[in-house]
Design a binder for this molecule. Structure first.
Ligand code: PLP
Length: 398
């Protein structure tokens, strides 16, 4: 039978990072010793204490039954306590906290509870691709908000046209930022909340990298007065506790939005395995024993990688957080050309900036989620690259 797929499905691009996984696999199948710095998948194992907690929880028969979508009381209470300790903000565990099967699914589902056909979502460019997913599913329209290096990769809200703002429902943001590594200040969030209230735009701030900061701790948008009127914030155990495979995240903030998202999800998923939820709750309650060492590992990696890359002629603003380095190659040109040149000549795979949006063109993203020795080997290979050869081949002279 010939299967006719829907127009909506046809409008989806392959997910960038899945494509990059496939690319590395295909090159390795050809016998190449590929170092992939293309995907942000932390190499550090989950802390043994979290794993031990999970093993105990897996053995408990009560956990073998269905969880609920919203998350169990233990995890929601741990989330609420964590935000009070970390940001001094209280979230009601029943009304203002909902557990997610990884933050990605919550991010993809949120637009469906607020957007109607033709409404605009304001999406940063360059961006983590999932912000667009729910907008496409809601038949909404995307308005790209450029994140420019000269503005510290912060959005210029004043540049959004009035006719777009009139139908804008939601603005997605992500700080510390993937892919640029930019940080954010509480002053920025204060102004943003005022703007959002005035313009009637919901803010969805994605704090997946909130604990990977290299200077001052990342503020929460809820430290800004009035944020609960307009905002939700997404959190993830994936990077903070190196638990990417476990699929645990949460959303906090405006109770009507949090509850609506949960009501939608009740029709779609049945929540996360209670053993995983309880292990993530353990992680939150033992944050100070686990997280500083992870943060320090990524800070040191960013420092030595940045130093060596700059010595090879790459140009960039130093990252303030995240596990990425967002840089322009020694020779101007397209992102994909640069990525293929590196892959072809020295078997180092990075993510082309153009895959994150048109304002990512010209940049390359390196993910520092491989062991130090692998990162050093990648740098050695990059140091051996003669970029003048790329220029010559682009000019048709090689
Ligand atoms: N947000 C950003 C900016 C990300 O880079 C990622 C994953 O790479 C996620 C959210 C999703 O994280 P998870 O679904 O693992 O919680």
């Amino acid at each position: 039978m010939k299967i006719a797929f829907s127009k909506k499905f046809g409008s989806f691009e392959p997910f960038l990072f899945e494509e990059l996984y496939r690319k590395a696999k295909a090159e390795r199948a050809k016998g190449k010793d590929v170092i992939s710095l293309a995907v942000g998948d932390p190499d550090l194992p989950t802390a043994p204490s979290i794993v031990a907690c999970a093993v105990r929880e897996v053995r408990r028969a009560a956990n073998h039954r269905y969880p609920n979508t919203k998350g169990n009381e233990n995890f929601r209470a741990a989330v609420s306590e964590w935000h009070l300790r970390r940001h001094g903000v209280r979230f009601h565990p029943d009304k203002e906290v909902s557990i997610l099967v990884g933050s990605k699914e919550g991010i993809a589902h949120l637009p469906m509870v607020v957007m109607n056909k033709g409404d605009y979502a304001l999406i940063p460019d360059p961006t983590y691709p999932t912000y667009r997913t729910g907008v496409v599913l809601s038949e909404g329209r995307v308005h790209d908000v450029p994140l420019l290096e000269k503005n510290g990769f912060l959005p210029d809200l004043a540049a959004i046209p009035e006719k777009v703002l009139g139908r804008a429902k939601i603005l997605f943001l992500n700080y510390p930022n993937n892919p640029t590594g930019a940080g954010v200040t509480l002053d920025f969030f204060r102004e943003l909340v005022k703007w959002a209230k005035k313009r009637g735009v919901i803010i969805a701030q994605d704090a997946a990298y909130c604990e990977m900061y290299f200077g001052k701790p990342t503020p929460s948008i809820f430290e800004a007065p009035g944020a609960k009127d307009v905002a939700v914030e997404f959190y993830s155990a994936s990077k903070t506790y190196c638990m990417a495979g476990w699929r645990a995240g949460w959303v906090v903030g405006n109770s009507r939005l949090v509850c609506a998202l949960n009501a939608l999800k009740e029709n779609i998923d049945s929540g996360q395995f209670n053993a995983v939820q309880n292990a993530a709750a353990f992680a939150l309650r033992h944050h100070d024993a686990i997280v500083p060492a992870i943060r320090e590992t990524f800070r040191k990696r960013a420092a030595f990688f940045a130093k060596a890359l700059r010595e090879c002629g790459w140009r960039f603003s130093d990252p303030q957080g995240s596990c990425f380095l967002w840089a322009r190659p020694p020779v101007e040109g397209g992102s994909s050309d640069a990525v293929y040149f590196m892959l072809d000549k020295v078997s180092v795979l990075a993510a082309p900036g153009s895959g994150f949006g048109k304002f990512g063109e010209g940049y390359v993203r390196f993910s520092l989620t491989e062991p130090d020795a692998t990162l050093k080997e990648a740098l050695k290979r990059l140091q051996s690259l003669d970029w003048s050869r790329k220029k010559r081949s682009a000019d048709g002279r090689d």
